[in-house]
Ligand binder design. Structure first.
Ligand code: AMP
Ligand code: GLY
Length: 421
């Protein structure tokens, strides 16, 4: 079988590595891929948001399965375009991925079906939103409706901050069209966790959980990033909690999406807040998380290709999905300055000096003219260790990460040591 993986992050490298373990797979393509995927796949120079380019690249090759990593091609309808051509695809159609691409839709869907979520109101008119804020109690959370690369969420402590957030999203259009509507949401406090379930149109797999660290600095300080590290399983995520998440969140979503003619197939990712009243949904994503994928896929004992094919055939309930009890810790090495301005093009040293069981998933890397691996993005690699305890995995990852270096490299020192924000 030939598999085509769309995306170029560490998430997609981790997916390629997992798929490459299957002897049924003869060839993997990665579009656009990175220096990591280049070692196990053929990189295809097409950006992951170029839908016509991807369709052309995929249909002109012998491809049996397409795996769509990031949200943008899902929201832009790559899956249905390929399904229409008779292809096997892992990743939901745009109608189903709407649960991520429109927070207003997701909130309305959850309120309609009694799926636990913070209370919220959606506005598409600036003045109405401002009037509402003037009579509100703070803190409140203001969210751009559409995709905004994790940056469209602002916590406002008072009316001044709320007005500034509204201006930024709706008037200045900081996130473009994504800010045509806003969701104004009740602020919840508690522990956050990312919960994942594979899903076909009718059923879901038991939930697997991970924690990610969004802030750039130790102690959960500084600006938000795409994610600076993660670990799985979270020590507090009990099997009972997993059952509650399946029964109250994952299963009803899949059932009602089907009833609303948006059958959901792929992996469903709930960003959850654990409150005294139980887990509540802050957001849904229609894809694997990054950096969570880098710490959950190494724990997956069931063959990933078989899972993807079972989902495609709506046979997921026939498959048992096993996760290892081992713990994984992943630490992201970033270019100095990220998430602000940073320089690239620096050689990455020491990649061969890590222990043989350490996994290094590439994101912002490329090959220079001499075939050397150089930095090409903000988040450069995720270094992952697996061990029988979380503490051992953490020690192992930090022992190894010191052997890898590039100019101005930066990573957090407290992943899996403290709870995330
Ligand atoms: P989201 O993209 O909706 O997951 O939001 C990004 C981050 O904002 C979350 O990971 C939370 O840390 C925070 N957040 C979002 N919604 C809420 C809320 N209702 N209450 C408190 N924090 C929130
Ligand atoms: N870990 C955050 C995300 O994948 O959106």
């Amino acid at each position: 079988m030939n598999v085509f993986v769309v995306g170029n992050g560490a998430r997609e490298h981790a997916i390629c590595v997992k798929l490459a373990q299957n002897p049924r797979i003869t060839k993997i393509f990665a579009a656009p891929g990175n220096a990591g995927t280049a070692a196990i796949a053929e990189n295809v120079e097409v950006k992951s948001d170029d839908i016509p380019g991807l369709i052309q690249a995929i249909t002109s090759r012998l491809v049996h399965l397409v795996v769509i990593g990031p949200e943008t091609p899902l929201a832009r309808g790559l899956a249905e375009n390929l399904l229409m051509r008779g292809m096997e695809v892992f990743g939901p159609t745009s109608a189903a991925a709407h649960i991520e691409a429109s927070k207003a839709f997701a909130k309305d869907f959850m309120h309609r079906h009694g799926i636990p979520a913070p209370s919220s109101v959606t506005f598409s008119n600036y003045d109405d939103a401002l009037d509402y804020l003037k009579s509100s109690v703070f803190p409140l959370v203001i969210k751009a409706d559409g995709l905004s690369q994790g940056k469209g969420v602002i916590i406002a402590e008072n009316i001044e901050q709320a007005r500034a957030a509204l201006d930024y999203i709706m008037a200045q259009k900081a996130f473009g069209e994504a800010g045509n509507s806003v969701v104004i949401e009740e602020f919840l406090s508690g522990r956050e966790v990312s919960a994942f379930a594979f899903a076909d149109a009718h059923s879901t797999s038991p939930v697997v959980a991970a924690c990610d660290y969004k802030r750039i600095f130790d102690g959960n300080k500084g600006p938000n990033t795409g994610g600076m590290g993660s670990y799985s399983p979270p020590e507090f995520f009990t099997p009972e909690l997993g059952k509650v998440v399946s029964e109250n969140i994952m299963d009803p979503v899949i059932r009602h999406m089907h009833d609303e003619h948006r059958p959901y197939k792929g992996i469903l990712y709930g960003g959850l807040m654990l409150t005294p009243q139980g887990p509540k949904v802050l957001e849904f994503n229609a894809r694997f998380g990054d950096p969570e994928t880098q710490v959950i896929l190494p724990r997956l004992e069931t063959d990933l290709l078989s899972i993807m094919q079972a989902i495609s055939n709506n046979q997921l309930s026939r498959l048992r999905i096993d996760w290892s009890q081992d713990a994984c810790v992943g630490v992201v090495m970033a270019s100095g300055g990220y998430p602000g301005k940073y320089q690239t093009g620096f050689p990455v040293n020491g990649l061969d000096d890590v222990d043989c069981d350490i996994m290094v998933f590439h994101a912002g890397t490329s090959l220079d003219d001499d075939g050397r691996i150089v930095t090409s993005g903000g988040r450069v690699v995720t270094v992952v260790a697996k061990a029988s305890t979380l503490e051992q995995a953490r020690e192992k990852v930090y022992d190894n990460i010191r052997r890898i270096s590039f100019k101005d490299c930066y990573y957090r020192k407290d992943i899996a040591l403290i709870g995330q924000a």
